[in-house]
Design a protein around this ligand. Structure first.
Ligand code: CGF
Length: 816
């Protein structure tokens, strides 16, 4: 706690406030349940953050400074209460206050449901970035959607994924959010474009036929020890047309509610796809609704602060998190052209100096395109503007490469090879002053493979900003024992200056420190094992290697490669009398998009293999496999501090960055990984001896493809691999149901193993053997683990944000 905050906190007043909130919720202290108390705690704390939010909003210095507007369809913020307590410097004081009320703070925090308003890395990155912006006091507003249902809740029925809706706010509402009706906006859809004549000029004007109200809900982003609270503004769709009371009274209930139904659907659900473009109309409606409301709010703030419209790029920058909010570019153009009546050149000069775009993926199936017909129907004026942007852009291309049809074809915003489609990524590059990839390798591939022509046309526009994670949530909050140990050694500044962790490296060879460090790891493993026992009734050996793969389920992430290794260990334990291995628990946690059949088959296969291995008495506690259901931020907070080994095994060139890799390394896990995404930079930081790199690199992948890859040949040449694969076809793991796991077998054999699992298998096994050997040398292992924690300071999202600030956004910190 900072001295200022310590002084400001009045324990007895806070306890009174909690009891008052409890009473307002309709409960009495002697009969209230834990959940009631949690809500009272959240509301009592939110009083403080709300007043800081309002004060920050009205701060003249901030109004006169440049801000970043982070536009993202996803913010996977996780539970806020514990994290906000850390940021406010009140964790211990509140623990003390609630204990005087007879409550345990950790029990209260467990009552909070995760706001799962994101799918995976992209949404979690947005949350880390907001945390780092507030901590470093770079003026910022996050803009997202207020989904009624977050990412589905996952359970398993006989091994198969089941999905249930996640009504994260129900039934009492979320204590941290604040509705701001005074800032609501009206958003149009459909309709037609009219030509208006005024003072000898003709203008175009969109007349939408459907209007929906955008109601903002603010969540407080509390800066770590900074007294700065920025809003994460989430738009909710609401019916605008007044409730049809006449129809209701006349008995026409459905019609009376129709407008509510349409508007309410708009932000009802988060699309559960990660790295995949599903192309649904409602999704485009969500994107436009989000973009239009955000652009309107940005302009409102800008003009209310007294700035000229033409000065927008000097005061506001708009970061597009992936292509999902691309439609904000033509929307700003529409407003400038049609509402403010600027000429094209002036409007374009403003817009193209305001937007910047982050690319998160090279996967073709994730690069969004929308059919021209759909955009023209839903947003007719925007389609005209997109055509005009492209027309002028094509002239630029012609000037640079005269008569080069091929260049125009790849660069064009419109893909007219079949049904005409709008390429959102191309529109982003054309309309942004900066484009960035999310790790060094990824940014290089964006330039080399995805956008080489754009890179030639606009040298310097495509940059790199390596992703990062907030050390407040991902070390200080989730791993209090390790945090305390670090603070004892190097002081309390590291959560705000993560580079300082480097000083821990000097203790890597100190046997006493090694013991304390590994004791902390052991306690975290016990905590996770306790959770597994309580929820899944599996008993774990906490001396075993905790080998962890936690991320979305996707073929390119290769959970099935991990599974093949697990099966091979199982078979060796059974079949090779001399085979010895350090005990291992292999953890998986992953959600599959509901429509992604193969991903669901992989989950099913892992669960079936786990069931067999865990119940086979011949294995004892040498090997256990645990699939933790319903992976979410709060679960990650328990798993990550307990990990010994971090699985980052995507096929090289496919994982743009990864951020779980950073979180686990920071908590002292050793990475087994390919030369992909941020693994490459983690290796640079921790050194070759403290990471297990295996498999083909990007060049190796393309060479193999050129030579002609034959998974069958690999299958026949490697007995261990063949045996593991064959077991997927018989009844080993699915008694009475031979072939139930065949889809996984076929995915690496029949359809040609698109992600080269078989090609990398042997080297993956080799790397795991190295891990097995090294883990048995406790002191050497401790040394490596300590060095991982010590040497990954670069991956603080504070550093990522400073890179954005210095190289792209050009903001000044405003200290409060
Ligand atoms: O974004 C991802 C993640 N799946 O959400 N992508 N998208 N889209 C990438 O696949 C990750 O590699 C990356 O770390 C993350 C955040 O940039």
């Amino acid at each position: 706690m900072t001295p200022k905050q310590q002084h400001a906190f009045d324990k007895s007043a806070f306890k009174i406030s909690m009891v008052q909130h409890l009473t307002q919720l309709g409960h009495a202290p002697d009969t209230a349940q834990l959940r009631d108390w949690y809500l009272a705690l959240g509301r009592a704390l939110a009083e403080h953050t709300t007043s800081d939010l309002v004060a920050t909003e009205h701060d003249q210095a901030i109004k006169q400074a440049k801000s970043v507007n982070y536009l993202s369809l996803e913010f996977l913020i996780g539970r806020l209460t514990g994290n906000n307590l850390i940021s406010m410097g009140l964790y211990d004081a509140i623990a003390d206050a609630v204990s005087e009320l007879g409550l345990g703070l950790t029990d209260l925090l467990e009552q909070e449901r995760d706001p799962s308003l994101g799918n995976g890395g992209l949404g979690r990155l947005a949350a880390c970035f907001m945390d780092s912006l507030a901590a470093q006091q770079y003026p910022a507003v996050g803009y997202g959607l207020h989904y009624e249902y977050g990412l589905f809740r996952q359970s398993f029925h006989e091994g198969a994924q089941q999905e249930a809706p996640d009504a994260w706010r129900e039934p009492e509402g979320y204590p941290w959010e604040l509705v701001r009706p005074e800032l609501s906006q009206i958003i149009g859809f459909y309709g037609h474009v009219e030509v208006v004549e005024e003072a000898g000029h003709t203008y175009r004007q969109w007349v939408p036929s459907l209007k929906i109200q955008a109601m903002p809900w603010d969540l407080p982003i509390v800066g770590y020890q900074s007294n700065t609270v920025y809003p994460l503004r989430l738009w909710e769709g609401r019916a605008l047309t007044p409730f049809a009371l006449d129809a209701f009274n006349a008995g026409d209930y459905t019609h009376a509610q129709q407008a509510d139904i349409d508007a309410g659907n708009l932000t009802k659900v988060l699309y559960p796809n990660d790295n995949h473009d599903a192309g649904k109309t409602l999704r485009l409606m969500q994107q436009y609704f989000h973009s239009a409301a955000s652009v309107a709010d940005i302009l409102r703030r800008h003009l209310e602060a007294g700035h000229a419209l033409a000065a927008l790029p000097e005061y506001e920058t708009i970061q597009l998190n992936d292509t999902h909010p691309t439609i904000a570019i033509p929307e700003l153009m529409r407003v400038l052209l049609d509402d403010y009546r600027l000429g094209w050149d002036e409007a374009w000069s403003i817009a193209s100096r305001t937007f910047a775009y982050t690319n998160h993926t090279l996967l073709p199936e994730a690069l969004e395109t929308w059919s021209e017909a759909l955009i023209a129907r839903l947003l007719p004026r925007h389609m005209e503007i997109i055509f005009e942007i492209n027309h002028r852009f094509m002239q630029e291309v012609e000037a640079k490469w005269p008569d080069d049809v091929a260049k125009k074809q790849v660069l064009s915003v419109i893909d007219d090879k079949g049904e005409r489609m709008v390429r959102m990524a191309n529109l982003c590059v054309v309309g942004s002053y900066a484009v960035n990839g999310v790790a060094a390798l990824h940014s290089q591939l964006v330039k080399r493979d995805l956008f080489p022509e754009f890179d030639a046309l606009y040298p310097g526009r495509i940059q790199n900003v390596t992703n990062g994670i907030t050390p407040r949530r991902w070390l200080k909050f989730c791993n209090p024992d390790l945090s305390n140990l670090i603070s004892e050694k190097i002081g309390e500044q590291w959560p705000a200056q993560l580079e300082q962790l480097e000083q821990i490296a000097q203790y890597a060879d100190d046997t006493a420190f090694q013991k304390i460090f590994m004791d902390v790891k052991k306690r975290n493993k016990q905590r996770l094992a306790g959770w597994v026992k309580e929820h899944l009734d599996i008993t774990l050996n906490t001396d075993a290697i905790f080998d962890v793969q936690i991320k979305r389920l996707h073929e390119y992430k290769r959970q099935h490669l991990n599974l093949l290794h697990v099966i091979s260990l199982y078979q060796r334990l059974l079949n090779e009398p001399d085979f010895d291995m350090a005990p291992r628990v292999v953890f998986f946690a992953a959600k599959a998009a509901p429509g992604y059949e193969l991903a669901k088959s992989i989950i099913y296969a892992i669960n079936k293999v786990a069931e067999t291995i865990n119940n086979d008495p011949r294995v004892g506690d040498k090997l256990k496999v645990v699939f933790i259901p319903d992976y979410r931020v709060s679960m990650a907070e328990i798993i990550i501090p307990a990990a010994d080994v971090s699985e980052q095994i995507s096929m090289a060139g496919k994982e743009a960055s990864g951020t779980g890799n950073m979180k686990m390394a920071l908590n002292g896990a050793l990475t087994i990984g390919t030369m992909d995404g941020a693994n490459v930079e983690i290796r640079e930081e921790v050194g070759d001896d403290n990471i297990y790199i295996f498999g083909l690199d990007v060049d190796g992948v393309s060479e193999l493809r050129q030579k002609g890859y034959q998974p069958e040949a690999v299958y026949h040449s490697q007995p261990l691999l063949k045996a593991a694969l064959d077991s997927l076809l018989d009844e080993t793991f699915t008694p009475g149901q031979p072939g139930a796991l065949r889809p996984v077998f076929d995915s690496v054999m029949g359809s040609g193993d698109p992600y080269l699992c078989l090609a990398d298998f042997a080297d993956y096994v080799r790397a795991h053997n190295d891990i097995d050997r090294d883990y048995r040398d406790a002191s050497q292992w401790a040394r490596k683990a300590i060095l991982n924690t010590a040497l990954v300071g670069k991956f603080s999202s504070d550093r990522s944000i400073r890179d954005y600030v210095n190289n792209i956004w050009q903001l000044e910190a405003i200290k409060r």
